[in-house]
Design a protein around this ligand. Sequence first.
Ligand code: AMP
Length: 178
Amino acid sequence: MSQPRPTTAEIECAIRNIPDFPKPGIQFKDITPVLADARLFSGSIHLLTEKFRPGQIDAVVGIDARGFIFAAAAAIKLQAGFVPVRKKGKLPYKTHEQEYNLEYGTATVAVHVDALKPGSRVLLIDDLLATGGTAAAAAALVQRLGAEILEISFLIELSFLAGRERLKNYPVSSLVVY
Ligand code: AMP
């Protein structure tokens, strides 16, 4: 018999806080206990995709690296393709690149130039929304390919960092908000 679906409160309880990782002052949200629990992992995929039916999304775009885990599972559930947005220098074919600001310095994400067809309907997923720079850069790449973002979804949102402000042109949803 299938087990009852988890609530977002149960998912929140499984997220582990790691103080001062990867550097002092950062409280890292460790999602590996969620992934390791079959009910919590599949429940989180259910919650990330429940607004959509198979056929409504052409591609789920995942952000390097933990976003891939959720986006790939969501793609299978929605019977959609999976497209990776990767850190610069990792994709083998021709790419579009988008730079964005970090607290100190900049970073660049990339997508293959033929990863999405113009007009394709996209669900963009990452594990965590902090300042929003990464997701905004990924969204800009999706738009550059002429695809349409139906939603940007996160497992976790650190609302005190106001990342939603940078994504205000898109529908945004998150499961667990701190
Ligand atoms: P940002 O561009 O500031 O929204 O940062 C989001 C990206 O950085 C996501 O891909 C997250 O995986 C990662 N990230 C940022 N802050 C944290 C945190 N406190 N715990 C875990 N991952 C984080």
